[in-house]
Design a protein around this ligand. Structure first.
Ligand SMILES: Nc1ncnc2c1ncn2[C@@H]1O[C@H](COP(=O)(O)OP(=O)(O)OP(=O)(O)O)[C@@H](O)[C@H]1O
Ligand SMILES: [Mg+2]
Length: 318
């Protein structure tokens, strides 16, 4: 009985700690959002006027109200950082005077040692945190004026930490687009290449997976999270490559899946494996919150700087 009591006490303390965390979240203040610009599906008429469209049209427009009238601007997908400073705690500056841009359809990549601030860049693009100085613009619009919800709809995200839920594979892909039908789920999985391993599972798309991702390999978890991003057909993309080590064959599959997903969209890729980003329009090397080198793969190799050292294996990431 004494052993029993101590075990029960353990469960009670765990529950108390859990309840604490839940109440902490319930007590949190709601985010304030002063953004007023929305994102809608759009069609461009022959005469160039933009109209809103119900359902997916493959094109998007920014929408806001001005003098009682609806205004539209086509989403092109240009992203620009102008002298951005940011710190999480108001003391320790994480992003230091960051400036860069990506033209519509371009693929830009970030590499750099762990803690350099790469994931932080993606956190401020989607306004999970507000920057301290500088401006971030999408299609020339300051993102502070875009509704958070609209901004997050504009960017498909594959996060560094793969977040799967205890649900079926189909259910997990559907989190990207809740009203997706099985055709759409299938084609998203085909695009990412996840389809081939899913079909080999005895229960296919109905296979239950555990939330901690332990029932599938790291690479398979990544392919599912890429499928989830693909199904929403986002106009822009942020891919924060997972650091977990996967074998070379799976790495090729993941790279191919990411390339398929990125085709035609403005994409920001954070890479831990340089093989994923060689074909990027611009590669930025970050160190300690600053961009220390930038250029195409060929140019950076020619310069024989940090990127070259990484590429030739003289310097290790992480
Ligand atoms: N939520 C947070 N609150 C406070 N500090 C944070 C937070 N997230 C990251 N940091 C700090 O910001 C710095 C940059 O972190 P970031 O996650 O952007 O690095 P990274 O370049 O993505 O690294 P990695 O290659 O390991 O993914 C680190 O010093 C980290 O400790
Ligand atoms: Mg990171």
């Amino acid at each position: 009985p004494i052993v029993n009591i101590s075990q029960q006490a353990n469960a009670v303390f765990q529950a108390l700690a859990g309840a604490d965390r839940i109440f902490e979240i319930m007590d949190m203040k709601e985010e304030i959002d002063t953004g007023y610009i929305d994102l809608v599906s759009a069609i461009v008429r022959r005469d160039g006027t933009i109209t809103e469209h119900v359902g997916m049209s493959g094109r998007y427009a920014w929408k806001w109200e001005e003098d009682g009238e609806d205004k539209y601007q086509l989403l092109e997908g240009r992203l620009e950082f102008k002298n951005v400073d940011f710190s999480y705690d108001g003391k320790n500056q994480i992003l230091k005077n960051i400036s860069f841009y990506a033209d519509p359809g371009e693929k830009i990549a970030f590499v750099g040692s762990t803690g350099a601030g790469k994931t932080t860049i993606t956190n401020v693009i989607t306004r999970f945190y507000e920057i301290d100085n500088g401006v971030i613009e999408v299609d020339g619009i300051n993102i502070k004026n875009i509704k958070k919800e609209a901004l997050r709809k504009a960017f498909g995200m594959v996060l560094q930490e793969v977040n799967l839920f205890s649900d079926t594979i189909e259910g997990n892909i559907k989190y990207g687009k809740l009203d997706a039908d099985s055709d759409q789920i299938n084609s998203a999985a085909r695009l990412s290449g996840a389809d081939s391993f899913i079909k080999r599972l005895p229960e296919g798309y109905d296979t239950e997976i555990s939330g901690d991702g332990s029932s599938l390999s790291d690479g398979q978890n990544q392919l599912i999270s890429i499928s989830r991003a693909a199904i929403a057909e986002p106009p822009m993309l942020i891919l924060d490559e997972a650091t977990s080590s996967i074998d070379t064959a799976t790495e090729l599959e993941v790279t191919e899946a990411m390339d398929n997903l990125m085709a035609g969209s403005t994409s920001i890729v954070i890479a831990h494996r340089l093989s994923t980003i060689q074909n990027s329009d611009v590669i930025m090397v970050m160190e300690n919150g600053k961009i220390i080198e930038r250029g195409s793969h060929d140019k950076l190799i020619e310069e024989k700087g940090t990127y070259w050292q990484l590429y030739t294996g003289q310097l290790e990431l992480d």
